[in-house]
Design a binder for this molecule. Structure first.
Ligand code: HEM
Length: 357
């Protein structure tokens, strides 16, 4: 039996919002009936379906292989250590002064961009976030165009000088039919990666720092945890307060979702944040249970479109959390400002890190 409209919640664009963990999981695992082709922009790989998506995923997978990330880790540790060291004992904003700067520096190290773009990228993260806050499609288009401009300069620089960093490597890829990847495709991939790496990572840093600052009883065993236990703890902290809000799908045929009718062509929203706190899936959604909750955790999505950057993001977060814990105790140092829906996470998070007494 179909639900009433009161039980079929819709967002400001009239799209059905799926908040149940089980339904979000089912839809994410049914890409034939729920397509990722939701945007008119080229989105590699996220906007692709079926064989096209599989071939893009295959092409890009080596960039995320663990040995490649092992090589990056010492550089991440250096970036995190320097950043935390520079912040010292004075109060700072864990979003702007730590999350955004760390995300920009870590991504620049990963992609071989050096430090020259730091100011542009920091400004871009702010612009991108403000566009999301305003809900204004022109602001979002402006931020996307500005990002494209930044990337096209990097591409031109590499074409001229044959730089063999990760961005240069991406530009040299060939599809399985032998065709070289085009500049538009490189921009699209980098936009897809950067959306994950810069914005999400900055927000995840703040979520993790907030949790550690407000759960002093967990600091000692977290600091002593091995990498696997630390990674599980980070996943669980993000489940509790997921800053990655949602993903869209387009129904390819009439369907029923969470008891609500959905017509072919209709766009629906998978609300990862709500699904990660669904009481039907997590008996006590507020409980911190990294092992017990792992199988139903949807922070990085699930199914064929699950986040390929998960290993990179987890490593970046682990390295930073270790640097913060090594620096001493951490406390809130002023009023915390949360983002308002449709965004999530923190807008400002004043904290201070101080040596253990
Ligand atoms: C920092 C924390 C991150 C979170 C919470 C996160 C979360 C997610 C989620 C929930 C999805 C699923 C989207 C869907 O089902 O349509 C996703 C997909 C994706 N993420 Fe991430 N992500 C993060 C970091 C990253 C990083 C570091 C990268 C790359 C550098 C990245 C690249 C991508 C890409 C390319 C996709 C699309 C995959 C596909 O459609 O096949 N993400 N991410």
């Amino acid at each position: 039996m179909s639900s009433t409209s009161a039980e079929c919640p819709r967002d400001g664009h009239g799209r059905l919002v799926v908040s149940s963990q089980a339904d979000a999981t089912r839809i994410a695992h049914d890409p034939e009936r729920f397509s990722n082709a939701v945007s008119r922009h080229l989105q590699i790989p996220n906007g692709l379906d079926g064989a096209e998506h599989a071939r893009a995923t295959r092409l890009l997978a080596p960039f995320f292989h663990p040995p490649a990330l092992d090589e990056l880790e010492p550089r991440l540790a250096q970036i995190a250590g320097t950043l935390v060291g520079t912040l010292g004992a004075r109060p700072f904003d864990a979003v702007a002064d730590l999350g955004v700067l760390y995300a920009v520096r870590a991504q620049s190290a990963w992609l071989g961009w050096g430090g020259v773009l730091e100011d542009d990228l920091v400004e871009w993260v702010g612009e991108h976030r403000a566009a999301g806050r305003s809900g204004n499609p022109h602001a979002a288009a402006g931020a996307a165009a500005r990002f494209d401009d930044i990337i096209r300069v990097l591409i031109a620089e590499r074409r001229g000088r044959k730089l063999h960093d990760l961005t240069g490597l991406l530009m040299s890829l060939r599809w399985d039919d032998g065709r070289r990847i085009s500049d538009d495709e490189v921009v699209s991939v980098l936009r897809n990666w950067t959306g994950g790496d810069l914005s999400s990572l900055a927000l995840c840093v703040a979520a993790v720092v907030h949790w550690v600052a407000t759960h002093p009883g967990h600091r000692v065993h977290l600091a002593a945890a091995d990498d696997a236990a630390m990674d599980a703890a980070i996943d669980e902290i993000l489940r509790l307060d997921d800053p990655f809000v949602s993903s869209r799908r387009r129904a390819t045929a009439d369907a029923e979702v969470s008891g609500c009718p959905v017509q072919a062509g209709e766009t629906i929203v998978l609300d990862w944040r709500a699904a990660n706190r669904d009481p039907e899936a997590f008996a006590d959604p507020d409980a911190f249970d990294p092992v017990g909750h792992a199988a139903r955790n949807l922070v990085y999505g699930t199914g064929v479109h699950a986040c390929p950057g998960r290993g990179l993001a987890t490593r970046e977060l682990r390295v930073l959390l270790r640097a913060v814990l090594a620096a001493g105790e951490i406390d809130l140092a002023g009023p915390v400002v949360r983002e308002e829906p449709p965004l999530a996470g923190f807008r400002a998070l004043p904290v201070r890190v101080f040596a253990r007494g």
